[in-house]
Design a protein around this ligand. Sequence first.
Ligand SMILES: *Cc1c(COP(=O)(O)O)cnc(C)c1O
Length: 229
Amino acid sequence: MIRENLRLIQASIARAAEKSGRTPEEITLVAVTKTVPIAAIQETIRCGHNFFGENYIQEAAGKIPCCPPDTNWHFIGHLQSNKAKQAVELFQVIETVDRWEIARILNKYARQLNRYPSILIQVNLGRERQKSGILSEHLEDLLHRIGQETALPVLGLMTMPPYFSDPEQSRPYFQQLKELSMQLARKNLFADNSNVVLSMGMSNDYTVAIEEGATTIRVGSALFGTRNI
Ligand SMILES: *Cc1c(COP(=O)(O)O)cnc(C)c1O
């Protein structure tokens, strides 16, 4: 089941990449494992997959130590300051930094532990009250400050557009994130301005996201089946 789903997803990634003049190697598939049992994660690893995403620190703390040490973990949930230390200890990439205060605390623990996870800034393009993410008009200031006052490598941007059943409706949001990333890269606000990471696209719209320049897609239900939450 997982092996077959993984194969189908990789085939769609390749098609979407080809359609837009890109190569599948440019795209990292992050397997989203919230509520997914450890056995299923281990099966995915046996299929040769190495990139995973978790939303909750508590849940991740139980799962990550059960996986090989070279497994690559992305934090994709809302990060609270009292969980920042564990986030630095557990994750290679923290995709959801959206305010100075959390960047400051992550930097403090990164220095303490001498462990510097890669950072993405989460942008709330739909300006949805219930969603995390910085509003785009504040993005440049945040990037400036993180660049000047921390040692955290900011690799790029992440977004989660409003939910639409028709993936075409996500397209303008993906285009907007790409455009923002290009503007900010011209101002040298990322760690590597010629290789900016764009984490966008989930089970229902990842092919559209790839056509619009996603370098990381976060896929849960298409791989592991539907969740209750
Ligand atoms: C749950 C989740 C996903 C994966 O969602 P699916 O629709 O199951 O692919 C991706 N990104 C974030 C931030 C999530 O919380």
